[in-house]
Write a protein that binds this ligand. Structure first.
Ligand SMILES: [Zn+2]
Ligand SMILES: [Zn+2]
Length: 107
């Protein structure tokens, strides 16, 4: 549901010349419809979801000084996840103590 920026009425989808746009019945405002599909999934977030089981233990995890990418908090829980590949070393993950954002150490 979108609202008219001019008068605040509900914008209704209209079709004209094969184009779909939103129009206001009150004041006649029209807006081209934005069909933005934002894919939030990145490789990193997929990997973080995989280690979800670890989150249950987080309350007892040690804290470290780390800057949260979301809220700029300077304290985060941290833990290590051993990757399956024998050649790869373990990866350090952080979870913000303020907003619970989780991210991976870029080493
Ligand atoms: Zn309007
Ligand atoms: Zn945060």
């Amino acid at each position: 549901m979108q609202f008219c920026p001019k008068c605040g009425s509900t914008l209704l989808p209209q079709k004209k010349e094969k184009k779909v746009f939103l129009a206001c019945n009150k004041c006649g405002y029209t807006s081209t419809r934005s069909d933005k599909v934002v894919s939030r999934l990145t490789q990193d977030t997929e990997k973080i979801i995989v280690i979800g089981k670890e989150e249950q233990k987080i309350r007892t995890l040690p804290k470290a000084k780390a800057e949260c990418p979301k809220c700029n908090n300077h304290e985060a829980f941290y833990w290590l996840v051993q990757t399956r590949g024998a050649d790869e070393s373990s990866t350090q993950f952080f979870r913000c103590t303020n907003c619970a954002a989780t991210w991976r150490e870029n080493s």
